[in-house]
Design a protein around this ligand. Structure first.
Ligand code: SF4
Length: 177
């Protein structure tokens, strides 16, 4: 069976991805998300992702600890999300190649809130660059089903994407209600 390294951004997004992939791939989870603010949030998301890997019985590889760089993520740039995807996916492609996986993919393709086509394009480029297959699947149709099943089991569900900017935007949305 194809050994696939699945970059996971969080437990709720990995639920739909794992469900779609489980019958055709030997999936391992890969955690690398230095975009998450703050440390408490980072740790809780990581622990929930680990818990989900354990529940599924899949390997969980993690890269680094909490290394959020406040200055970097505060930059006002239209490329901030693109760079964020690139950073995480490049590390995933490289790890997959270095550790003899057959392919990589990402749970970022689960969320209807992410820039789906951009994630796909970046991954396809990395696939060529690192000479490792990228498995593209649209996990979005199962996103809410996956998220709700984790909610029912008491998993943590985050309220914002990850960086400080997305955290502030979440607070603004809350205050405007
Ligand atoms: S909004 Fe999300 S994808 Fe965009 S930079 Fe922030 S954490 Fe990354």
């Amino acid at each position: 069976m194809t050994r696939l390294l699945l970059h996971i951004c969080c437990a709720p997004c990995s639920a739909s991805a794992a469900d779609v992939l489980k019958n055709n791939f030997d999936v391992s989870f890969y955690w690398f998300n230095p975009n998450i603010y703050d440390q408490k949030e980072y740790e809780i998301r990581k622990e929930n992702a680990k818990r989900f890997a354990k529940e599924l019985g899949v390997n969980f590889y993690e890269e680094d600890g909490f290394i959020y760089d406040g200055k970097k993520w505060k930059q006002e740039s239209s490329l901030i999300c693109e760079n964020c995807y690139k950073l995480r996916l490049e590390k995933t492609a490289k790890f997959a190649k270095d550790n003899n996986f057959d392919a990589f993919s990402t749970s970022l393709l689960s969320s209807p809130y992410q820039k789906h086509e951009l994630i796909k394009q970046i991954s396809q480029k990395l696939s060529l660059e690192y000479k490792i297959d990228f498995v593209y699947k649209d996990f979005r149709p199962k996103f809410y089903e996956g998220k709700n099943s984790l909610r029912a089991k008491g998993y943590y569900l985050q309220k914002y994407c990850g960086c400080e900017k997305s955290f502030q935007e979440m607070l603004e949305r809350k205050n405007n209600k």
